[in-house]
Design a binder for this molecule. Structure first.
Ligand code: 3H9
Length: 691
């Protein structure tokens, strides 16, 4: 027996304690340990009832995700569950912390379940591209009915103890220490006060209507995903077949999910969210943050203030003019109302937020962290930063700049160690990404504070070095540029947007541009005009024409699209502008197919991402993936641009870039890191392990 599972005997009760920190994932040792413990207690004559419980934070958080995709090692979790269910003595389980996925499957294979309040139960498998493959699709509907099982399995919704009781997934809800609860429940089994039964013997009502309804919903909402549809097939089989036959079919469907590239992408995304917290500054002590200042009450500043208020911080929002401040205050109020409507906050909590507003920056006195979100111009920003430093000596000062050089900004400050970038994404109270931008002089504990703050705000922080646009916007500039060039060359913008949506983004680049506002990119292009690489084609000609006409996107009613009707239609002036530009530049219009569009878009993204990794702007390739998953709507099931780079392979990418280089050699250049990988082997995934 592995030491992660321990047995003890108290009178007629055999206890099995699971102790596999941090979350009791059901890896090989835990599985083998459970089987050995069961055998031992089944053979112990005085033991009449067996109780399974978790030490530490959880009962079992699920199968060990790290083992997916590797050769399976016996005993598999389905076998463990079958052994539990088939045990000649009653086996019960006590659930606390997390009883998720394979953890819930172990529980529903036991003969009765007691939930400790605060436990989360659920089947998160579809978020990882798999299905509950240890009997969840077969035993779940036997206990909770087909409709409830389908809901839990296809939505991966996590539920609490009371709801699990109402659904029939658990038999009792209580409070207390798992071991004590296990002993008490086992005594109740012995005394006949807690009934036990085998889940396999429960009759299922087939409920074809629920199956049909779920299929229709998934066809509408999850058409691009593989595993939710397989879940419905498996649950349907549960109603039609005896347990053993249903389990065999579930296993085949589970294997199909494991083999799907979506599984690899989704699991990569799971680990990306956690990997980014591993930074060189992780051992530094974050400074306490008790009161946050935000300077600038535009969309960004108001969004950041909202995010801080939602996390319970007192916030001081400062803005120069009373009118702008009033607008900012109204935005915060609207954001908070929206959070109440979406169930993110109670109405009482909204009424209790601590927001102070001021037109005098002196009101920031006493804040231990101040974030500036003023106009994106160096002179404006540095003036504000020095003012903050004067009013709040010793405070951490953060800039929300999207592009500007933090090392230049730091020159305006006496204490550059206290200065850091906290780059939020709009809408800042909703989007999960925060880039923590580390300047040359930023102190490690200031970086650690940025990460700690992001965690408290419920966000994913990614460490970035300083460069134009940091990780995300720098890479975005490259694929945006590829999209602009495709449009200039004659592929309609709506075809480009549709192809990018087909790849899995919620929006294409031109739709996104209209939403964000074209004026931002226009200002950036003007700023970069002097330093633009003369060898590279200029991509902004068409966008410039739109901006010169005063069309900045949705906010002006027109941009790439005309937004005056119910559904946007391409701006009717684009063909005229294009013709003029193409004639002036001597271009022959060229129409790309969807696969050609996607290849250019994706390759431009990967090409720049590879450079960002090569230059050390991102700590690891997986950090780039996290930026795109949590800040740029990259399809989660594709894992991120660096994960996709490994899927395509360095050789294939280098060949693509060389092919595209014949059209635009100034832009398409194979980054050194890709060339090396293509020549010598290796992958971005290897770099994740090495760095
Ligand atoms: C499944 O069960 C399939 C079966 O149906 C069929 C099998 C045949 N495996 O999130 P945290 C690590 S699919 C391996 O920061 P929290 C995590 O990476 C599985 N590792 O803590 C992190 O490591 P590190 C279905 C896991 O307190 C550390 O534990 N289950 C697993 O914020 C702490 O994690 C799920 O999808 C795992 N299953 O949240 C549950 N889970 O420190 C996924 C966690 O090195 N897990 N780790 O970065 C969760 O939702 C959360 O981790 C949980 C704790 C709520 C449990």
């Amino acid at each position: 027996m592995g030491e992660v599972v321990r047995t003890s005997v108290e009178g007629a009760i055999g206890l099995i304690a699971l102790d596999n920190p941090p979350v009791n994932a059901a890896g090989h040792d835990l599985r083998a340990g459970i089987v050995a413990a069961l055998d031992r207690l089944a053979d112990t004559p005085e033991v009449e009832v067996i109780a399974l419980y978790g030490e530490g934070r959880s009962f079992i958080a699920g199968a060990d995700i790290r083992e997916f995709g590797k050769p399976p090692r016996d005993p598999w979790l389905p076998e463990v569950c079958n052994r539990i269910e088939g045990c000649g003595k009653p086996v019960i389980s006590v659930l606390h912390g997390a009883a998720l996925g394979g953890g819930l499957e172990v529980a529903i294979a036991t003969h009765a379940r007691v939930a400790i309040r605060g436990v989360q139960l659920g089947f998160p498998e579809v978020t990882l591209g798999v299905l509950p493959g240890a009997g969840g699709t077969q035993r779940g509907p036997r206990l909770a009915g087909v409709a409830a099982a389908l809901d839990l399995i296809t939505t991966s919704r996590r539920i609490g103890a009371e709801e699990a009781l109402a659904l029939g997934l658990v038999d009792r809800v209580t409070g207390g220490d798992p071991r004590e609860v296990a002993l008490a429940a086992a005594r109740d089994v012995l005394d006949g006060r807690l009934a036990t039964r085998r889940t396999k013997d429960i009759h299922i009502d087939p409920d074809p209507d629920s199956i049909e309804r779920t299929r229709e919903t998934l066809a509408r909402t999850q058409a691009h995903l593989f595993s939710p549809h397989a879940c419905v097939d498996a649950v349907e089989l549960a109603a039609a077949l005896p347990l053993e036959a249903g389990l065999a079919r579930e296993r085949a469907l589970f294997q199909a999910c494991i083999d799907s590239p979506q599984r690899a992408g989704l699991i990569h995304a799971f680990f990306a969210e956690r990997a980014v917290a591993k930074i060189p500054e992780a051992t530094a002590q974050p400074r306490p943050v008790t009161r946050i200042g935000v300077v600038g009450a535009g969309t960004m500043g108001a969004g950041i203030a909202t995010a801080c208020l939602l996390a319970g911080f007192p916030v001081v929002l400062a803005e120069r003019s009373p009118e702008a401040l009033a607008r900012g205050e109204a935005t915060v109020a609207r954001n908070l109302d929206g959070a109440v409507t979406r169930g993110k906050m109670t109405a009482e909590a909204r009424d209790a937020v601590r927001l102070a507003t001021a037109t005098d920056m002196a009101a920031l006195g006493g804040c231990d962290l101040v974030i500036e979100a003023v106009f994106e111009e160096m002179a404006v920003k540095t003036a504000v930063l020095s003012e903050i430093a004067r009013i709040c000596p010793g405070a951490i000062i953060a800039t929300n700049t999207s592009y500007l050089d933090l090392n230049v900004m730091a020159e305006a400050l006496d204490a550059p160690a206290n200065f850091v970038g906290l780059h939020f994404f709009s809408p800042a109270h909703v989007m999960r990404l925060v880039e923590v931008v580390v300047a040359d002089g930023t102190a490690p504990e200031v970086v650690a504070t940025g990460f700690a703050l992001a965690r408290r705000l419920g966000k994913v922080a990614v460490r970035s070095g300083v460069c134009d646009g940091f990780i995300g916007n720098r890479i975005m500039s490259a694929y945006r540029r590829a999209a602009d060039i495709m449009a200039l060359d004659g592929t309609p913008i709506e075809a480009i947007d549709a192809a990018v949506r087909g790849y899995g983004f919620a929006m294409g680049p031109f739709e996104m541009g209209d939403l964000a506002g074209l004026d931002i990119g226009w200002a950036a292009r003007k700023r970069q005009a002097a330093t633009r690489d003369p060898a590279a084609r200029y991509h902004g000609a068409l966008a410039d024409r739109l901006c010169e006409a005063g069309w900045f996107g949705r906010k002006t009613g027109r941009g790439w699209y005309d937004h005056s009707g119910d559904t946007p239609v391409p701006n009717p002036d684009i063909p005229r502008f294009l013709k003029e530009i193409q004639e002036a530049e001597g271009l022959t219009p060229r129409l790309l197919r969807a696969d050609e569009i996607v290849a250019r878009y994706e390759t431009a993204m990967i090409m720049e991402a590879a450079r960002v990794v090569e230059e050390g702007i991102a700590l690891r390739p997986i950090d780039v993936d996290a930026v795109f998953l949590f800040g740029y709507g990259f399809p989660r099931w594709k894992g991120g641009p660096m994960h996709q780079a490994d899927v395509i392979g360095a050789g294939g990418l280098a060949a693509r870039i060389e092919r595209f280089a014949s059209e635009d050699p100034g832009f398409w250049r194979v980054p050194g890191i890709l060339r090396r990988m293509a020549r010598e082997g290796g992958s971005f995934s290897d770099l994740n392990r090495e760095r």
